[in-house]
Design a protein around this ligand. Structure first.
Ligand SMILES: *[C@@H]1O[C@H](CO)[C@@H](O)[C@H](O)[C@H]1NC(C)=O
Ligand SMILES: *[C@@H]1O[C@H](CO)[C@@H](O)[C@H](O)[C@H]1NC(C)=O
Ligand SMILES: *[C@@H]1O[C@H](CO)[C@@H](O)[C@H](O)[C@H]1NC(C)=O
Ligand SMILES: *[C@@H]1O[C@H](CO)[C@@H](O)[C@H](O)[C@H]1NC(C)=O
Ligand SMILES: *[C@@H]1O[C@H](CO)[C@@H](O)[C@H](O)[C@H]1NC(C)=O
Ligand SMILES: *[C@@H]1O[C@H](CO)[C@@H](O)[C@H](O)[C@H]1NC(C)=O
Ligand SMILES: *[C@@H]1O[C@H](CO)[C@@H](O)[C@H](O)[C@H]1NC(C)=O
Length: 393
């Protein structure tokens, strides 16, 4: 009897960890000092929601994401990932701007506590908006994220008289020319077939709005700036510098055109996405996640430039009334997507959704997901060339 009991115990011990890996969402019961029973790791969420700062966290309370998983490498302000009881939905906050985003996302993606190979990532934050593509409270879903300020910069007062901006790309001689020195984080391209699928879940939602936002919109004499908020497709710029005004936004719109060969349109502006995506591309390459399962949703909290004839007014110093509807609409538009992924997991999401065949960048400028080896060689060649160029200066 003793031997038999020991055998059962051994079998149970063998089965438990295997079961935890194979079936993605076992309910944790007994808790360790971090709030979760160790033998239930790794947690394999179906959805990981990514916020950038505290106001964007419309999730933890509403979805009962009360299981804290504290990880080394997260921001000291947001030291844990919150999951629901069955581990199917988790949420993290990166901290603001590019460095926080890259470090925090990387620490979650590499953590042994998580198995994220089938997880859908919903990066959902507020953003500035181009009035030619959206308005306060609008919700944008991106194909591209472009690091627009990854460039040389000369103060506008010292630029040649025929230049339209002080920004010009690395290795180029003047604005408008493509870069010849590549860092690899300039632009990211997401799965547009996934974008089509998840945007279907937002059909018919009623977006939040405020009277202040409606009044401010009326300062614009064109659409969609002066229309009620809508759900739309548009690309996101990343820059640590919080820029505003028609000149810089036009310059960065031009840079977005260069990086996407005219297929992208600068629509929204934020401080993190390229950094988040760089961590994700690296984790994908390491077999830790699937970059084809990433959604970028940004809701518009303020215009990126002043209304016509008010160019002396700094857009972001005006109370535009867009902050609260933008925060509210993260949840309004995001919840049906989270629910859709959970409810239609078996029929649609478990297997993944193939990316577009014309996925020009295959995630990034190095075409990392398609031709990794060839591109690494190309990368080494470019680096060698840029190092030689530096030496010649
Ligand atoms: C969250 O938990 C509370 C208390 O356990 C419960 O009343 C509520 O229904 C839960 N909400 C969700 C969305 O699961
Ligand atoms: C979980 O983390 C959140 C956010 O950091 C915190 O507010 C909450 O108190 C934590 N819960 C537990 C049970 O430690
Ligand atoms: C970030 O992504 C945007 C496109 O969304 C691109 O225009 C920009 O150049 C990228 N910036 C960096 C620093 O990677
Ligand atoms: C500015 O003028 C110089 C000298 O004529 C010319 O070489 C250059 O291409 C011009 N640059 C732009 C951005 O127009
Ligand atoms: C917008 O959200 C606020 C705060 O949640 C709420 O009080 C208001 O009723 C909402 N307005 C609309 C039009 O949904
Ligand atoms: C953007 O590009 C257009 C077309 O090349 C050019 O006319 C315009 O001056 C550029 N704007 C800025 C601010 O660089
Ligand atoms: C833009 O053109 C370059 C060079 O032909 C190509 O490598 C890249 O994939 C293209 N990108 C897009 C988004 O079309």
């Amino acid at each position: 009897m003793v031997a038999l009991t020991a055998l059962f115990t051994l079998c149970a011990a063998l089965v438990a960890p295997l079961g935890a890996i194979a079936s993605p969402t076992p309910a944790p019961h007994a808790q360790d000092e971090r709030g979760m029973e160790k033998r239930w790791y790794p947690i394999a969420p179906k959805v990981m929601i990514v916020s950038m700062f505290a106001p964007e966290d419309v999730w933890r309370k509403n979805l009962n994401l009360s299981q804290n998983v504290t990880l080394p490498g997260l921001s000291p302000l947001f030291p844990n990932v919150g999951c629901n009881d069955d581990g199917s939905i988790c949420h993290m906050v990166t901290g603001e701007s590019e460095i926080n985003a890259a470090c925090s996302v990387m620490s979650v993606l590499l953590a042994s506590e998580f198995d994220l190979r089938k997880t859908y990532f919903l990066v959902a934050g507020i953003a500035g908006v181009n009035p030619f593509t959206g308005t306060l409270g609008s919700v944008g879903f991106a194909r591209y994220a472009v690091q627009v300020a990854l460039a040389y910069e000369i103060d506008a007062r010292q630029i040649p008289s025929n230049w339209s901006t002080g920004y010009f790309l690395f290795g180029s001689d003047e604005p408008g020319q493509p870069a010849t020195t590549i860092y690899g984080t300039e632009v990211y391209e997401l799965n547009t077939n996934l974008r089509e699928t998840i945007m279907g879940y937002t059909d018919g939602v009623t977006l939040n709005d405020t009277a202040t936002a409606a009044a401010y919109r009326a300062n614009f004499d064109y659409s969609p700036a002066n229309q009620p908020p809508q759900i739309f497709k548009g690309d996101v710029s990343t820059s640590d510098a919080y820029f505003a005004g028609s000149m810089l936004t036009e310059a960065f719109g031009n840079i977005t055109q260069i990086w996407t060969n005219g297929t992208g349109e600068y629509a929204l502006t934020a401080q993190e996405d390229n950094a988040t995506f760089e961590a994700m591309v690296r984790a994908h390459t390491a077999g830790k996640m699937d970059f084809g399962r990433v959604i970028l949703m940004r809701t518009a909290s303020d215009f990126d430039r002043a209304p016509p004839n008010q160019e002396t007014v700094f857009a972001f110093e005006t109370n535009q009334g867009g902050f609260s509807p933008a925060i509210a609409n993260i949840y309004v538009a995001g919840l049906p997507i989270v629910e859709g992924i959970i409810n239609d997991w078996d029929s649609t999401f478990a297997e993944g959704i193939d990316p577009q065949s014309e996925w020009s960048y295959n995630a990034d400028v190095f075409h990392t997901l398609a031709e990794r080896k060839r591109e690494v060689r190309e990368f080494e060649r470019v680096i060698k060339r840029s190092n030689m160029a530096k030496l010649r200066r």
